[in-house]
Design a protein around this ligand. Structure first.
Ligand code: FAD
Length: 316
C-alpha cells in the first residue's frame, strides 16, 4: 500500500521506522533482531536506506596499496522484500542518483515493481568518500528532481526504450527529502525551498524531513512550505541521541543543530547510558508535541537504538 494511502486512511498520527541494510557478512537475522521489538507498534511502513559503494585502499603484502571498490551494505531491494515477507508490512526503499546510470535506475524500479513494492524515496545521495562534491554517474542523474522525473515517467508507462512506451506502468508513490535546517549546499533557505517545490510540482507525493531536535524549526519549515504552495504531507524525521560523541558527529554529518538546552544536559552526563536517558526524554517530548500538532506520521531513524525508539513509542 502507498504511504499516501496510509495517511489518507489514518484516524491519527501514524508511526514508521527507518533501518539500514545489515553489513555484509552479518546476515538478515541481525536486521530482524533490530526490528522485532519495534513491530508491536504496527508501523505503517519501514524505510530501508541505500548505501553506495566506496573506494578504499587495501594494503598489499609488499606494503603497497591497492584501490578497491567495497559495498558494505548491499541489497535494498532484497532487504525490503525480506521485511515484507517476514512482517507483512509496507516498505520504502531509498533510491539515489549516485552510482546509478539511468538504465540501472530503470532496472531497479522494474525489480521493485516485480517485488510488489509500492513506494520509493528518491534522493540525490551524498558525495562518495573519494569525491569532494557529488558527481553523478556518467549517464546518471545530477539532482533528485531528475530521478523523480524518471519514476514519474515509468508511472506513465514511459521507459527508456521507445518501443516499450505504453506497456506496463508502475504505480510508485514517491517521497522526497526536505530540510528544516536547509540542505548544506543550498545558498539559502528560499533557494532550497524552491527546489523542494520543484520536486513536488514534478510529482512527489510527500516529503520526509532530515532529523531535527527543535520542533520550532520543523513547524517553521512546514509554514514556509505551505506559504509557497507545497500542499503534500510533510513527515518529520526523528532520531534519538545516545552518546556524547554525537554532539559533534550529528552536526558534522547531517548539518543540523542541537539546541543548547539539550547539549548542556548531555554535557553534564558522566556516561553514555545517562546520555541515552536524556536523549530518550527529549525524543519523547518532541514526539508528543508533534503528535499534538497533528503531523501525519512520526518517522523514526532507529539506527542502532531500537529499544530507545520502542520506549518512546510505547509512551505515546
Ligand atoms: P536534491 O533534492 O537533489 O538537492 C541537493 C541540493 O541541490 C540542495 O542543496 C538543493 O537545494 C539543490 N538543488 C536541487 N535541485 C537543483 C537544481 N535543479 N539546480 C541546482 N541546485 C539544485 N543518502 C543516501 O545516500 N542514502 C539514503 O538512503 C539516504 N536517505 C535519506 C533520507 C532522508 C529522509 C534524508 C533527508 C536524506 C537522506 N540521504 C540519503 C541523504 C541525501 O542523499 C543527501 O542529503 C543529499 O545531499 C541530498 O539529497 P536530496 O535528495 O535532498 O537532493
Amino acid at each position: 500500500m502507498k504511504v499516501t494511502d496510509h495517511i489518507a486512511q489514518a484516524k491519527g498520527t501514524l508511526i514508521s521506522f527507518e533501518v539500514l541494510p545489515p553489513l555484509k557478512g552479518k546476515g538478515i537475522e541481525a536486521l530482524y533482531k533490530h526490528l522485532d521489538p519495534l513491530m508491536e507498534f504496527k508501523p505503517s511502513f519501514i524505510n530501508v536506506t541505500y548505501h553506495r559503494s566506496e573506494h578504499v585502499f587495501k594494503k598489499k603484502v609488499d606494503g603497497s596499496f591497492e584501490k578497491v571498490i567495497v559495498r558494505k551494505r548491499p541489497g535494498t531491494e532484497s532487504i525490503c522484500a525480506a521485511i515484507m515477507n517476514k512482517y507483512t508490512v509496507d516498505t520504502v526503499p531509498h533510491l539515489i542518483c549516485g552510482g546509478f546510470s539511468i538504465n540501472d535506475t530503470e532496472d531497479a524500479l522494474i525489480n521493485l515493481r516485480y517485488l510488489g513494492i509500492d513506494n520509493v524515496l528518491v534522493l540525490r545521495g551524498d558525495a562518495a568518500k573519494n569525491e569532494t562534491a557529488f558527481e553523478p554517474e556518467p549517464g546518471g542523474h545530477k539532482y533528485a528532481n531528475e530521478l523523480l522525473k524518471q519514476v514519474v515517467n515509468l508511472n506513465a508507462g514511459i521507459y527508456l526504450e521507445e518501443d516499450l512506451k505504453g506497456t506496463q506502468k508502475t504505480e510508485f508513490c514517491i517521497g522526497v527529502a526536505g530540510y528544516p535546517e536547509k540542505h548544506f549546499e543550498a545558498p539559502n533557505m528560499d533557494s532550497d525551498l524552491q527546489y523542494l517545490k520543484a520536486k513536488v510540482d514534478a510529482g512527489a507525493d510527500y516529503i520526509i524531513t532530515q532529523m531535527f531536535f527543535d520542533n520550532a524549526k520543523f513547524h517553521a519549515f512546514v509554514k514556509s512550505c505551505r506559504a509557497i504552495g507545497i500542499t503534500v504531507p510533510i513527515i518529520p524525521g526523528l532520531k534519538p541521541v545516545y552518546s556524547k560523541k554525537q554532539l559533534t558527529v550529528l552536526p558534522k554529518t547531517f548539518h543540523i543543530d542541537l539546541p543548547s538546552e539539550l547539549s548542556s544536559e548531555i554535557l553534564k552526563c558522566k556516561t553514555d547510558e545517562e546520555v541515552e536517558k536524556i536523549g530518550e526524554e527529549w525524543l519523547l517530548a518532541q514526539s508528543k508535541e508533534l503528535k499534538k500538532s497533528g503531523v501525519p506520521v512520526l518517522h523514526y531513524y532507529t539506527l542502532g537504538k531500537p529499544h530507545v525508539v520502542a520506549n518512546v513509542v510505547k509512551e505515546l
